[in-house]
Write a protein that binds this ligand. Sequence first.
Ligand SMILES: [Fe+2]
Ligand SMILES: [Fe+2]
Length: 310
Amino acid sequence: MNAIDKVPDSERYARCIQTSKRVRWDVDDDVIRGRRFDAAHKFLPDGLSLVDAFTSLSADEKRFVSQIQGRTYANVFGLVERFINAKVLELSHDHWFGDQVALEALVRFSDEELKHQALFRRIDAMIGDVLPDGYRFDVDPNAVAHAVLGKSTWAVLALTLDIELFTQLHYRQSIEPDAQLSELFKDVFLYHWKEESQHAILDELEWVRHDADRTVEQRDKAVDEFVELVAAVDGILQSQAQADAGYFAARCGRAVDGAETQAIAAAFLKAYRWQYIHSGAQHPHFGRVLSSLITQDQGRRIQAALATLQ
Ligand SMILES: [Fe+2]
Ligand SMILES: [Fe+2]
């Protein structure tokens, strides 16, 4: 039984399977449906792209920024889902000769993440068809997965729940309500959200289950590893903000001097830290689950680390 939700854990795994079967979708038949992107449309909503921070840009240039960020958004999900899937497959081992319902729920989770990675690779290529050449996303998903999976399972599950909760928050609070977004881009994240909702429930179940067997010392070390993982995410965001600002400056159609390029890079980084770090860290449910597992001192360590990433 989970302390936060009074539904028995076995029932929660079973419900995830039922919902996963009900919402299941196909990349071509349901999401893409023969459509193409149109560079006349905005991709990422203002609430995520923080476009107001790009103070020197025209309206058309801000739309280009939303398209660059939308492409990076698809690439970042493709990246994180590599390590999430590997961790889910590893955790499934705990259920091989135990709860077969939990095992099925994790196998479906893994299958969905493989499909999502394929979807995001398609989306990256399709956005590449309508935007100028020169975009770079040079982070290797396998190298990141190896580094992440070198940390304890507790720390990886903390980061994973954080990510899978902010995915839902982004869709509901920013993507769904924005009437000016590309319909295709919106559908990608509508369908993604439908399957991610089950993943976040499973992350929590697995994290709490795994936490129960940790010693005080193991958990304390894992808190530090979670902070290290967030710092590693920030390192990726810093280099991508520079890459995306350089691409914008090279392809926006006017001269952009070095000082403006740096201001644009700072605005990209602000948006990326909001998207991938702070929106998840501030998610109320993430806070509730995390604080149910850690001490106040450990919570303060995490908050102090997050406060440096402003
Ligand atoms: Fe996913
Ligand atoms: Fe997921």
